[in-house]
Design a binder for this molecule. Structure first.
Ligand code: GUN
Ligand code: ZN
Length: 435
């Protein structure tokens, strides 16, 4: 469908229906001034960055890609996902702690093998791109080689990736534990080689409180204190049995989140997955530090973890993003996860607008990661991480789209009915990377 002229390859112009956000949509508002919809516009990309958006066709020096009648969004940002867990997605019958032991830990053991780690990383990042996700915050495994493989594969694809070797020195099987000294050495080496290199960022990655000794948690906190530009990622308050276990393991902590706070792991670059079973004091701490919750809807439903209170977190000023948490989550598709998020809120007696959902997967996630200048919108200067979507993919979605009367209705139906099959093109820093 793309009409390509002989012209400067560093200048690309995409034509289609552009949708992004200029701010945070209000909860429940189907009409909101933060929604920036520019149908039938040109998105000009120069040297991999957004140059401008305009209604007029660009000059002949721009290579035109005509996506008339398609929806163009900033690439999605998945703020919590496990690369090696494509191998255990859709595993039957358990809640979190059993699921980890029965399926996940055995699968992760295989990533000690550099060949498995490299193949797994490539397959995982290509799968993200095929779902319209161009940036992610990712768990590899405890093995240093799995983090190296992921960083190298992201670099080859030009992707914005935040990751770090998983820290876990107890309550895990042989072959899946490290120790404090070696883990610290590995982290320091990986930070030196990858943090801030091109589009890569390092996250101090504590699996969750039960799989780290207090000494390892203290080491992780010290790494963060030594370099405030590092990210931190972990799980918190996902499942009730897990919360009880943490209370037993750390009797001196006020709460699960407090285990992390006491060692300096809760800060503006912390990505805390789940956060279903937090209290008001925890949410105040998240707000005051700027740490974010990565809400993982399909995982929370699949593992029966609980119904996250999105509105409460938002009203209490907590930074929020949305994430797939594959393989606890059942799809890398951000739309599928947003549909699950909508259903979770419906069970709570609330309604999630398409605006709040899509914002959390684009500009909201970018800002929560302090990356609003680089990803998440079509603001001039941002990297051109852009996805082009078909509005429909089958007779059912076509029929629904045909009768949509206003913008929110149309985009909401798209959010509910679309998935990777709707992806027409994905550009990473201006380079076509999928389809
Ligand atoms: N808590 C600790 N590890 C994991 C994991 O791999 N997935 C999820 N969903 N929760 C966790
Ligand atoms: Zn997870």
């Amino acid at each position: 469908m793309s009409e390509t002229n002989v012209c400067d390859p560093s200048r690309i112009a995409l034509y289609g229906d552009l949708l992004d956000f200029t701010g945070t949509p209000a909860w429940g508002a189907v009409q909101d001034p933060s929604v920036r919809y520019r149908p039938g516009h040109w998105l000009l990309i120069e040297d991999g960055r957004i140059h401008a958006v305009q209604a007029e066709p660009p000059g002949p020096e721009w290579q035109r890609h005509d996506h008339a009648g398609r929806l163009i969004l900033p690439g999605f940002i998945d703020t919590h996902v496990h690369a090696p867990q494509l191998d255990v997605i859709a595993s039957y019958g358990t809640e979190l702690l059993d699921w980890l032991e029965r399926y996940t830990f055995p699968a992760e053991c295989r990533y000690a093998d550099p060949g498995v780690a490299r193949m797994g990383a490539a397959r995982f990042l290509d799968a993200l791109l095929a779902h319209g996700t161009t940036a992610a915050v990712v768990f590899p495994t405890v093995h240093k080689v799995s983090a190296e493989a992921l960083f190298e594969a992201a670099r080859e694809r030009g992707m914005r990736l935040i990751a770090g070797k998983v820290l876990m020195d107890r309550h895990a099987p042989d072959g899946l534990r490290d120790d404090v000294t070696q883990a610290e050495r590995d982290c320091v080496d990986l930070i030196q080689r990858f943090h801030g290199v091109e589009r890569l960022g390092y996250a101090v990655t504590v699996r969750f409180a039960p799989t780290s000794t207090p000494e390892q948690l203290a080491m992780a906190g010290a790494l963060c204190r030594d370099d405030a530009t590092l990210y931190m990622q972990t799980h918190v308050a996902e499942n009730r049995a897990e919360v009880e276990w943490v209370a037993k393991l750390f009797p001196q902590a006020r709460s699960y989140l407090d285990v992390y706070a006491q060692v300096g792991l809760v800060h503006a670059r912390s990505v805390m997955a789940h956060g279903i079973w937090l209290d008001d004091a925890d949410r105040r701490l998240l707000r005051d530090t700027g740490a974010q919750i990565a809400h993982c809807p399909s995982s929370n439903l699949f593992l029966g973890s609980g119904l996250f209170d999105w509105r409460q977190a938002m009203e209490q000023g907590v930074r929020l993003s949305v994430a797939s948490d594959v393989g606890g989550g059942t799809s890398l598709s951000i739309q599928r996860n947003l549909l699950d998020a909508y259903k979770i809120q419906a069970l709570r007696g609330e309604r999630l607008t398409a605006w709040t959902g899509l914002h959390a997967a684009t500009r909201g996630a970018a800002e929560a990661l302090s990356l609003g200048h680089e990803i998440g919108s079509f603001d001039a200067g941002c990297a051109a991480d852009v996805c082009v979507w078909d509005w429909t993919s089958c007779a059912v979605s076509e029929a629904r789209d045909a009768v949509a009367r206003e913008l929110h209705e149309r985009v909401f139906a798209w959010m509910c009915l679309s998935d990777s099959r709707n992806l027409a093109a994905a550009y990473v820093a201006g380079m076509p990377r999928a389809r």
